[in-house]
Design a protein around this ligand. Sequence first.
Ligand SMILES: *[C@@H]1O[C@H](CO)[C@@H](O)[C@H](O)[C@H]1NC(C)=O
Ligand SMILES: *[C@@H]1O[C@H](CO)[C@@H](O)[C@H](O)[C@H]1NC(C)=O
Ligand SMILES: *[C@@H]1O[C@H](CO)[C@@H](O)[C@H](O)[C@H]1NC(C)=O
Ligand SMILES: *[C@@H]1O[C@H](CO)[C@@H](O)[C@H](O)[C@H]1NC(C)=O
Ligand SMILES: *[C@@H]1O[C@H](CO)[C@@H](O)[C@H](O)[C@H]1NC(C)=O
Ligand SMILES: *[C@@H]1O[C@H](CO)[C@@H](O)[C@H](O)[C@H]1NC(C)=O
Ligand SMILES: *[C@@H]1O[C@H](CO)[C@@H](O)[C@H](O)[C@H]1NC(C)=O
Ligand SMILES: *[C@@H]1O[C@H](CO)[C@@H](O)[C@H](O)[C@H]1NC(C)=O
Ligand SMILES: *[C@@H]1O[C@H](CO)[C@@H](O)[C@H](O)[C@H]1NC(C)=O
Ligand SMILES: *[C@@H]1O[C@H](CO)[C@@H](O)[C@H](O)[C@H]1NC(C)=O
Length: 460
Amino acid sequence: MWILFTFRFYILSLKSIIWLCISGAEFSSKVGICYGQLGNNLPSPPESAKLIKSVKAARVKIYDANPDILKSLKNTDIQVSIMVPNEIINNISSNGSLADQWIRTNVLPYCHHTKIRYLLVGNEILSSPDNITWSNLVPAMRKIRSSLKAHGIPKIKVGTPLAMDVLQSSFPPSNGTFRSDTSSTVMKPMLQFLNRTKSFFFLDVYTYFPWSSDPKNINLDYALLESTNITYTDPVTNLTYTNLFDQMIDAVIFAMRRLGYPNIRIFIAETGWPNGGDFDQIGANIYNAATYNRNIVKKLTTKPAIGTPARPGWVLPSFIFSLYNENQKPGPGTERHFGLLYPNGSQVYEIDLSGETSEEEYKQQPLPKPTNNELYKGKIWCVAAKAANRSELTGALSYACSQGNKTCDPIKPGKACHKPDSLVWHASYAFSSYWSQFKRLGGTCYFNGLATQTIKDPSK
Ligand SMILES: *[C@@H]1O[C@H](CO)[C@@H](O)[C@H](O)[C@H]1NC(C)=O
Ligand SMILES: *[C@@H]1O[C@H](CO)[C@@H](O)[C@H](O)[C@H]1NC(C)=O
Ligand SMILES: *[C@@H]1O[C@H](CO)[C@@H](O)[C@H](O)[C@H]1NC(C)=O
Ligand SMILES: *[C@@H]1O[C@H](CO)[C@@H](O)[C@H](O)[C@H]1NC(C)=O
Ligand SMILES: *[C@@H]1O[C@H](CO)[C@@H](O)[C@H](O)[C@H]1NC(C)=O
Ligand SMILES: *[C@@H]1O[C@H](CO)[C@@H](O)[C@H](O)[C@H]1NC(C)=O
Ligand SMILES: *[C@@H]1O[C@H](CO)[C@@H](O)[C@H](O)[C@H]1NC(C)=O
Ligand SMILES: *[C@@H]1O[C@H](CO)[C@@H](O)[C@H](O)[C@H]1NC(C)=O
Ligand SMILES: *[C@@H]1O[C@H](CO)[C@@H](O)[C@H](O)[C@H]1NC(C)=O
Ligand SMILES: *[C@@H]1O[C@H](CO)[C@@H](O)[C@H](O)[C@H]1NC(C)=O
């Protein structure tokens, strides 16, 4: 009797184990969260799992296959998306055993308890200057897919997140066209793969970037999904748009149509709005971030689904970027301010990704009024950050001085700006001098976190 019982129990649990690994991706309107880990002050994976639940995320996307994170999400209902790192795509594309090894190491040990549903191959590969990897991307996706099949877990969807720069034209939306350098060599075989495997076109969509680079011609409310009366009608299709988000997605849909794949589903792999940034960045504040993310959640969770003008009623599954403000992301300040949460776990603003909190409930906690919806026109300096590590600062100082034209001449001994003869002053001078020459070329005031912007003249 006992033996029979345990035997049956064994069969049952074996069944449920297999079931969790092979059950498919649910195509629902639920909103997920991107869990980036580029910070040196972030909560541990188990604490993060609690915080992910506290913002009511239904899914989580990670940028690797971190075993501690996968363990901390076990026995939850949260659907998980994991990622094959960019660096191994070339090797995987030509080596099926390497793909098998990756799946055996990173998926099989966890998919019994953790709902791994999406496997993304690389991150924004077609935005990277390394164009060798471009042609290996789809072959690598095929190898990963074959390996999942061979291991009996074919229902995990394989995709790759792409940014809007895969388009060479996106306006009007009906004119959406993939870039000519990848259209026939990468996009066409990719769409064929996504179609055959019933997977998704994973798309990173930020209305913040087009708006902030052209705030005169694009209305802020249109970018924030706030406007009720601004519309744009595409002259070719007559479709009417009420926000920039729909316009961007439809541009991709028309580009896919142009290549003969009109029905591939879109999955929003990232969207969001920065809650802060540098002095020379516009509209990056808590008020706008809360407005955008609350509006996006409302749009994406409304039932029945709203879709976009080109695809009314279609569900758009999604991930919001991002869980935390990540202090080690390079680039301009906005990059480090996309979080719903501060690194200490408290919310930057109230947000509920389930869509169950109404606008009125949110409004009970008034948000700080935005102060930078216009571009700051005063002078900005790039100076050494207060807590900068001295040995790292020395390295950054000599790097900055080695770049550009006469960057550090005035702080040489005997020259006008040599005094005060301190490392912090010299580094601040060098950073400002470097930045004033390089910002028009895309240079940033960051230096691995050693530099920061200020509007107070550092020489005073
Ligand atoms: C790719 O494969 C080559 C040859 O086997 C190896 O030398 C190289 O280290 C591999 N690259 C990575 C990133 O694993
Ligand atoms: C393919 O990957 C396997 C597993 O990592 C490795 O042992 C093998 O050397 C690789 N083959 C080639 C041709 O690089
Ligand atoms: C990669 O870029 C180089 C330099 O721009 C170009 O000559 C080459 O044709 C490109 N290769 C592919 C596969 O796009
Ligand atoms: C459509 O896109 C092409 C480039 O692909 C561009 O030259 C053209 O100006 C665009 N049409 C409109 C109306 O903007
Ligand atoms: C939209 O409505 C706002 C507030 O009602 C008004 O200030 C604005 O002028 C309107 N814009 C357009 C384009 O009608
Ligand atoms: C768009 O609307 C115009 C005027 O209402 C009409 O003449 C045209 O045929 C319509 N085009 C399409 C593609 O529906
Ligand atoms: C795949 O392509 C076929 C032929 O174009 C089309 O009928 C089908 O709807 C497509 N499926 C998806 C998921 O895109
Ligand atoms: C968390 O960090 C933020 C930003 O640094 C700060 O404003 C807030 O007071 C902190 N909250 C707690 C509970 O420490
Ligand atoms: C400063 O940075 C160096 C090099 O990264 C490191 O070895 C050292 O521990 C750091 N010092 C402090 C006080 O953090
Ligand atoms: C340095 O000077 C040269 C020659 O005047 C110029 O072409 C170059 O753009 C300058 N570099 C920077 C970073 O301003």
